[in-house]
Write a protein that binds this ligand. Structure first.
Ligand code: CP3
Length: 341
């Protein structure tokens, strides 16, 4: 029997949609906080295969999700390319910046990234051997645009201003950075598949700030290239794209990029997405993660509404973005019961 997530990504409608959750291994879980404390800090946890395997498995044990997502971070790729990376406690990621062609020239060649990323591949191998038979293993990477926004600014930004400014000032250098990241992402995801990932997901968390031809050139084109290359190397590999906050540009995204699944953030109206996105293939999402903080009748009503609205086609139940650290673990169980019950 084929796993439920793989059936959904083939376009199959199922009476009960399979479920997993972005950031399902994370700070809202006490067992995650304990393992993270053992590792010392977040990056050490990402690079310790035994501990990263453990935190990936924690939400599977607790809730029986239909998929496990590799525990790692999208910013490990820039680090593997030679960027400095650290996490400022209570704030977020910090990186050395890319401000022009000279910084780009200092990055390492793609062929050298495995020296840094080998522990991630080991985590994938561990998971492939440890997961329950019915659970799908999802690998992932950041999309080139989203990763580039962090590399250019050296941190997360509300409007991706520094990346947009580099596009305006030196489009050729920015395009060359996107090219390098596209090649690195193909290599990285291909290695994850060789290690046992059954699906891969491309996180373009800041796709929504790209407009017009910039969206075509820096969101659509790199994802299309990554998907084409991965499917050539791994025929039949299912791929999920997440062009977060793409709004109307979600329509046609399956056909444009070749993605089997498209993940919807919570700003997209489910009825609109059922009519204009799900017609192209499987969709995933789009519960607002704040319902896992507030709970109550709204959580149940919203969960049921999403299941019903996407009920005529292929759907993977998920959130519109990652679960937040202040979420109540009991609300996650209530959400799952509302989907399956
Ligand atoms: O979904 C999963 O459970 C898999 C693991 C995963 C993490 N990050 C673990 C993580 C995945 C898929 C990501 C993706 C990621 N990382 C994205 C794209 C998705 C999104 O959320 O938009 C981005 C933009 C990043 C970069 C990043 N990593 C930021 C901005 C932060 C700090 C913000 C925060 O939530 O603290 C991180 C840290 C991070 N990545 C944590 C986790 C569990 C929290 C680290 C901790 O334990 O303190």
């Amino acid at each position: 029997m084929t796993k439920t997530i793989l059936r959904a990504l083939k376009g199959e409608r199922q009476p009960v949609p399979p479920i997993w959750m972005m950031r399902q291994a994370g700070r809202y879980l006490p067992e995650y906080r304990a393992t993270r404390a053992k590792a010392g800090d977040f990056l050490s946890l990402c690079y310790a295969p035994d501990l990263a395997t453990e935190v990936t498995l924690q939400p599977i044990r607790r809730y029986g999700f239909d998929a496990a997502i590799l525990f790692a971070d999208i910013l490990l790729v820039p680090q593997a390319l030679g960027a400095e990376l650290w996490f400022e406690p209570g704030e977020g990621p910090r990186l050395s910046t890319i401000t022009g062609a000279a910084d780009l020239a200092r990055l390492r060649p793609v062929a050298e990234i495995d020296a840094t990323l080998a522990p991630v591949y080991q985590t994938v191998r561990n998971l492939a051997g440890a997961l329950p038979r019915e659970t799908t293993l999802i690998g992932f990477a950041g999309a080139p645009w989203t990763v580039a926004t962090y590399m250019v600014a050296g941190r997360g930004t509300p409007d991706q201003g520094p990346a947009h400014a580099l596009i305006a000032a030196d489009r050729a250098t920015f395009a060359a950075l996107i090219d390098r990241l596209t090649e690195a992402t193909i290599h990285y995801l291909s290695r994850q598949v060789e290690a046992g990932a059954e699906v891969v997901k491309i996180f373009d968390s800041w796709a929504g700030s790209l407009k017009g031809t910039d969206f075509d050139e820096f969101a659509v084109a790199p994802s299309t290239r990554i998907i084409k290359a991965l499917k050539a190397r791994h025929p039949g590999l299912p791929i999920i794209a997440f062009p977060r906050e793409a709004g109307p540009r979600y329509a046609g995204f399956h056909a444009l990029t070749g993605a089997d699944g498209v993940a919807l953030d919570q700003s997209v109206d489910a009825g609109w997405a059922a009519a204009h996105v799900q017609t192209g293939g499987c969709v995933q999402g789009n519960l607002d993660p704040r319902h896992l903080v507030s709970g109550g009748a709204d959580l149940i009503a919203e969960t049921r509404r999403i299941v019903r609205t996407f009920g005529q086609g292929a759907h993977i139940f998920n959130l519109g973005h990652g679960i937040t650290p202040d979420a109540d673990p009991d609300n996650v169980q209530r959400m799952i019961d509302a989907v399956r019950g």
